[in-house]
Design a protein around this ligand. Structure first.
Ligand code: NAP
Length: 616
């Protein structure tokens, strides 16, 4: 009970009218009374929700839970899992549309969503993107694990719908959205409206899904609520639209300014520092963002494959749902020919009727990985020719050629018209052929000033520097160090006072110390407060960044207690989980916490955005 209500109860029938006791001037009080007298109970209730909703539109909705119409329970829970910010912006747009209708809602980042909030939700609207190899966004992982695990709650009283964002150039298109949909259904939730799956141009499909779910919600609320803003849905603009003009389908041709080898000759790796010009592009990035590079298969690889296939290069095939092109063009620009993916192998096995391939396609991860390692489409076709398939049927089986993302290693404050990348050149020999990575191989060969690279900006709002005074700890072995060069360059350019600690690891001190002279210079200037390195192959025992972290456990703990942010970039499969475990271990040891309490501490850091990862 609020203080005001309690006071009026004590004063009994002589208590002043709450309207008169409020902030409204007398003239407005009369208008409000006149309006109230014309409304029935339902209309008054609806108006209360509408006004609360309207308020939530003008005030910025915090990232954390925003129950806009307390104390009444929200009718709708809008839950977003966002990697690049698109799902979050769409979720806020949906919240605006709910507010316009006076429908009570809560807007939640998936990382903030508790088990109880899920169970209590009446209508759950999920907006989630997919990244990497069909993975949910970093901040959606704990929720997706909860829903898939033994502790998953029953959701029998929940109605839901999913808006899945994805990119058709990846094989596991909208996989995270599909998984959320499947899990919710398996846990007993009732699908209110079919899942929508959106490609990179998501505006129209997202708006259509919102129209659909809002229609269903309004239907279930009974008589149509009063409409104050009655603009037609088709006229409404999604405020979430991505602002920069260049996209995967319409990239900017960035001239190459520099291409220097970072690893010394004699190294087992060829890692390049590449500088691209963004002049005239109007691309504005922030430290932490990535650059997408649109791939193109090498002509000699495509021609060798065509020769092996014995199909005419000029045969007509479908490249996009509505577009046809020649087989050669599609193999150059549209289809993946450099790796064998499991779904593709399954389709190929079915189409060719090969029991042997079907067995590999269904094999355990390790066996499949052994089969696929170093094998490309040309090798598969040589071993199992696509008998019975025509060029169009063959092309239909192929996986799409996905863009490659590279963390930007520069700051626009320091180099306004440039983007720097740290690229490890993929090159190896297999099945008697020299192989080169589709993008990295092409980049390695660019030397002249007039070479251009098709790029677009891929925002990464979940990987951002804190305010300039906050200390940061950065963990980036190998090319995972790229965004930290950007962070430090940004902090140097704006004179940030916060302390900076870098953990770097690579194979050998002598050959693989990427950007060594730059780090030394930053140490001298005092900008890089601390640096710890781990060179894994300089001794018989492997030494990795997480070993250095454990050695420095007490100091890391003290930085954490002083409010430091922690960043991890690089390999998702082994390094990131090992670093995570090291953090848990040092928090438990130096923070005198149990295993569970350490896990809770780390989760809280994540929720406060003080533990951010960019791993894949
Ligand atoms: P790498 O040579 O594969 O690895 C760098 C160092 O990490 C090596 O010393 C390696 O040791 C060590 N390492 C291996 N397993 C580890 C583990 N479990 N924990 C900690 N360290 C471990 O480096 P890279 O070729 O530069 O690739 C690094 C990763 O970063 C790749 O997965 C890449 O996709 C990713 N990445 C790149 C960018 C970018 O912008 N370029 C951005 C984000 C992520 P040993 O090999 O001796 O075992």
């Amino acid at each position: 009970m609020s203080g005001k209500a309690r006071a009026s109860a004590v004063q009994g029938p002589t208590a002043p009218d709450p309207l008169a006791a409020g902030p409204l001037p007398a003239a407005l009080i009369a208008d409000v009374r006149a309006l109230i007298s014309k409304l029935d109970r339902d209309q008054r209730l609806w108006l209360g929700g509408y006004l609360a909703g309207l308020e939530s539109r003008t005030a910025s909705i915090p990232v954390a839970a925003a129950a806009v119409t307390e104390p009444a329970r929200p009718l709708v829970t809008v839950l977003y899992g966002s990697q690049t910010g698109n799902s979050e912006r769409l979720a806020k747009h949906l919240a605006d549309r709910l507010a316009e209708r006076g429908i009570r809602f809560t807007l939640l980042d998936m990382l903030q969503c508790t088990k109880a909030q899920l169970q209590e939700a009446e209508t759950l609207l999920i907006l989630v993107s997919t990244h990497g190899d069909g993975d949910p966004p970093e901040r959606a992982v704990p929720l997706s694990e909860l829903l898939a695990g033994r502790k998953a709650p029953r959701l029998d009283r929940v109605r839901y719908s999913v808006l899945a964002l994805g990119d058709t150039s990846y094989e596991k298109f909208c996989e995270a959205g599909r998984q959320f949909d499947a899990r919710l259904q398996a846990l007993g939730a009732e699908r209110l409206f079919p899942r929508a799956e959106c490609d990179v141009d998501f505006d129209a499909a997202a708006e259509q899904w919102m129209d659909g779910v809002l229609g269903k919600i309004e239907q279930s609320l009974g008589p149509a609520p009063l409409r104050i803003h009655a603009e037609p849905a088709s006229d409404r603009r999604i405020s979430a639209s991505v602002s920069n003009a260049y996209t995967r389908k319409n990239p900017f041709s960035a001239p190459v300014l520099a291409n220097q080898r970072l690893t010394a000759h004699g190294s087992s790796k060829d890692v390049r520092h590449i500088e691209l010009s963004l002049e005239g592009s109007n691309i504005h990035y922030e430290p932490g963002d990535s650059l997408g590079i649109v791939p193109r298969n090498r002509a000699e690889d495509v021609d060798a494959l065509l020769e092996r296939l014995a199909f005419s290069a000029q045969s007509t095939v479908q490249a996009e749902p509505q577009t046809t092109t020649t087989l050669r063009q599609a193999l150059l620009e549209r289809f993946e020919i450099g790796t064998i993916t499991r779904p593709f192998l399954k389709r190929y096995a079915e189409a060719t009727g090969s029991a042997e391939l079907a067995r590999f396609a269904a094999a355990a991860d390790e066996e499949f990985a052994r089969y696929a390692r170093g094998r490309q489409l040309i090798d598969l076709v040589a071993e199992h020719s696509p008998t019975g398939l025509d060029p169009a049927g063959f092309a239909r089986l192929l996986p799409p050629l996905a863009p490659r993302l590279y963390s930007i290693a520069s700051s626009q404050r320091a180099a306004p018209d440039e983007a720097h990348l740290t690229v490890s050149i993929v090159q190896y020999e297999s099945f008697g052929r020299a192989r080169l990575g589709v993008v990295s191989g092409g980049l390695a060969e660019l030397t002249s000033d007039d070479a251009e690279v098709p790029v677009y900006l891929h925002r990464n709002p979940a990987f951002r520097l804190p305010d300039p005074h906050t200390p940061i700890i950065m963990i980036g072995p190998g090319t995972g160090v790229a965004p930290f060069r950007a962070f430090l360059s940004e902090r140097a350019a704006c004179g940030a006072a916060g302390e900076n600690w870098l953990f770097f690891g690579d194979r050998s001190f002598e050959w693989d110390f990427l950007y060594q002279s730059e780090w030394l210079e930053l140490r001298k200037r005092g900008l890089l407060t601390r640096m710890d390195v781990a060179f894994s192959r300089d001794q018989s025992e492997k030494v990795y960044v997480q070993h250095r972290m454990l050695e420095r456990g007490a100091e890391i703990w003290s930085w954490l207690e002083d409010g430091a942010y922690v960043y991890v970039c690089g390999d998702a499969q082994h390094m990131a989980p090992d670093v995570h475990r090291a953090l848990l271990q040092l928090i438990a040891a130096h923070g005198a916490r149990s295993e569970d309490a350490a896990a809770e501490y780390l989760l809280q850091l994540q929720q406060e955005r003080r533990y951010q990862r960019d791993v894949y």
